[in-house]
Design a protein around this ligand. Structure first.
Ligand SMILES: C[S@@+](CC[C@H](N)C(=O)[O-])C[C@H]1O[C@@H](n2cnc3c(N)ncnc32)[C@H](O)[C@@H]1O
Length: 294
């Protein structure tokens, strides 16, 4: 099979089965999986794929046609400009969560907080990026699933994070920190089967938040009270439809609570504390803020 035949074949199949523009899909298939830059495909259309490349191409197209996420096929994902190894045992980090990390970074800097706990860390993305951005801060991370991949990713990035397996805040039973950050499962069970086919390849425990989607959040907020230092801050990612309910819940435990919006202007993050944690609009100019951090 020539480069041109391979590209035409992949484009034909993927354009039938995948929604939207498939240009990125083809780039990922060739550049990330086959390690053949797209410029070579266009410059040398008659060059032949090796037998190994050809079988990899067929494998990629077949798996992607069954809507397996490209991140699981390629074995990696990107988050805040860093590379993370992922497999079917972990949630694939999402761009929305980059806003949660940005807010956490802003809050930690603004209030001179000294420690962070990422609850439900999955492949370690939130904890590892925060440790990379804030090297002097102690970072802890826990999850109910094994943390082998998260540890591997921390080693790869070259940062030291304290990992421990456990249910919510039982993981570090005695620990008190200045910041708790969590991207919990928050999809109502009834909506789970309506999620895109790719999502159904990911662990259900990463998505299913019980009957109203708030089962984990309802357990987590009260637990944080005894694990935060007196001026500590809790940040949680939510579904935009849940913000009013979660804000009401937070106010039962903390005097200050507010909801912040994501890059698409949707109410997506709870920030709550015993101290006034007003975040001014200029502080959320993420692009300007983040330039040059890595
Ligand atoms: C939406 S995923 C977020 C993963 C990662 N923090 C990220 O943002 O990429 C939710 C994570 O919470 C974990 N989780 C679910 N229930 C949990 C529990 N009871 N205790 C601790 N972690 C839990 C899941 O295993 C999963 O890794």
């Amino acid at each position: 099979m020539t480069y041109n035949e391979a590209y035409t074949y992949a484009a034909k199949i993927l354009s039938i089965v995948l929604p939207g523009d498939i240009k990125d899909e083809l780039r990922i298939c060739f550049e990330e999986y086959l390690k053949i830059p797209i410029w070579k495909v266009t410059t040398y259309p008659d060059r032949k794929l090796s037998p190994d490349e050809e079988s990899k191409l067929l494998d990629y197209v077949a798996r992607r046609a069954r809507r397996e996420p490209w991140q699981y096929i390629v074995g990696k994902s990107y988050f805040m400009g860093l590379e993370f190894h992922v497999d079917k045992t972990v949630f694939i980090p999402r761009p929305e969560t980059e806003d949660l990390v940005t807010y956490t970074y802003i809050i930690v800097r603004k209030f001179n907080l000294q420690s962070i706990w990422d609850v439900g860390t999955g492949c370690g993305a939130i904890a590892i990026v925060l440790k990379r951005m804030l090297p002097n801060i102690e970072v802890y991370a826990s999850d109910i699933i094994p943390l082998k991949l998260a540890r591997h990713n921390a080693n790869n990035v070259g940062v030291k994070v304290h990992f421990k397996r456990g249910n919510l805040l039982d993981a570090f039973a005695e620990l008190k920190v200045d910041t708790i950050v969590c991207n919990p499962p928050y999809i109502p069970s009834t909506r789970y089967w309506d999620l895109p086919p790719e999502v159904l390849y990911e662990p259900r425990t990463s998505y299913d938040g019980g009957t109203d989607g708030l089962e984990i959040i309802k357990q987590l907020i009260p637990q944080t009270v005894s694990h935060l230092t007196p001026c500590g801050v809790l940040l949680i990612e939510l579904d935009s439809t849940q913000s009013d309910k979660v804000l009401e819940l937070a106010h039962q435990y903390y005097p200050h609570a507010c909801i912040l919006k994501d890059s698409f202007d949707k109410p997506r993050f709870l920030i709550t504390s015993n101290r006034d944690i007003t975040v001014h609009p200029w502080e959320t100019l993420r692009d300007r803020f983040m330039v040059g951090l890595f």
